[in-house]
Design a binder for this molecule. Structure first.
Ligand code: AKG
Length: 294
């Protein structure tokens, strides 16, 4: 199968189809949840991004966590229905992380997120653990379409490299999981994917009418070892970045974002409404300081 054979479709659920969502997440390594934001919420979130992010339509830029957490337009991250679904999918408990970020023009090629790859994590035993539950969440604020792009491509089932004890080498994964799905997301849908799944930003041919925005956050089960490994990865992230020969502006942007993650504190950095809903749903809120406090 070639890249041109990729399919632009995916099973999707409504936010209250929690049971089906869990089955799809386990089987495919991702799930598409329709309409988590209303069209009006999408426009308000886009307006906020327009105000905050660079006017240059081609540049890459981001809103770091502390700023994002102050924006009521981003409250969908803490929607009670989202917390309920994530808690079920994580096996009955939930932890959130300080890496909230809104991105303009993030464009990635095929990869497994470094935070879950034994290539980048010194102790990766937890990603092979059958009880591993860690997902990345993203809401794109435009439709995903072949050509203009605007969303995410995945290789369904590719999170299973861990179940077979494999090492997620990129070439190996592309061969072992040749089927490519370009997730048919609309603006305001939520995509939840297993941290180990191979994915990329949908390629863009430059014909997009709207700036590309995505709002990203991370969630896992509330488990000390899993939380610590991910925080340790972030603490060591700058070292990883330096070994990847990134252009200086990209390095600086990522360095700044990771430095600022240390300032995300609970409850001080969160809006009072958010603190209340996180308490009500018993969400464990991980902080970078926990990474060094042991
Ligand atoms: O390019 C995108 O939209 C996806 C972002 C992504 O995969 C990443 O930041 O790891």
């Amino acid at each position: 199968m070639t890249e041109d054979d990729r399919v632009m479709t995916s099973p999707s659920i409504a936010l209250d189809d929690v049971q089906l969502g869990g089955q799809l997440l386990e089987r495919d390594g991702y799930v598409l949840i329709r309409g988590v934001l209303s069209p009006d919420q999408v426009e308000r979130a886009r307006d906020r991004c327009d105000d905050y992010l660079l006017a240059d339509a081609d540049a890459e830029n981001e809103i770091e966590a502390n700023a994002l957490l102050r924006m009521p337009e981003m409250d969908f991250i803490f929607d009670a229905r989202v917390l309920t679904a994530l808690t079920a999918w994580m096996g009955g408990s939930l932890a959130y992380y300080p890496n909230y970020v809104a991105r303009l023009n993030r464009r990635t090629d095929w990869h497994v997120d470094n935070g879950f790859s034994p290539k980048f994590v010194p102790d990766a035993s937890h990603v092979y653990d059958p009880a591993f539950r860690h997902v990345q969440c993203v809401v794109y604020l435009q439709d995903n379409r072949p050509g203009p792009g605007g969303g995410l491509d995945v290789r369904p089932g590719s999170h299973r490299w861990a179940a077979t004890g494999d090492f997620p080498d990129d070439d190996y994964l592309a061969r072992a999981y040749p089927r490519v799905v370009s997730i048919d997301s609309k603006a305001g849908d939520l995509i939840v994917f297993d941290g180990r799944v191979m994915h990329r930003g949908t390629p863009q041919d430059g014909s997009a009418q709207r700036r590309k925005y995505g709002v990203f956050w991370s969630a896992s089960r509330d488990d000390r070892r899993q939380i610590d490994r991910y925080l340790e990865y972030f603490a060591a992230r700058l070292e990883f970045l330096r070994t990847r020969n990134l252009p200086p502006e990209e390095l600086q942007r990522d360095e700044q974002r990771h430095r600022l993650m240390w300032d995300v504190r609970f409850p001080a950095s969160y809006r009072p409404e958010t603190v209340e809903v996180l308490h009500r749903h018993a969400v464990a809120v991980a902080e970078m300081a926990d990474a060094v406090a042991q």
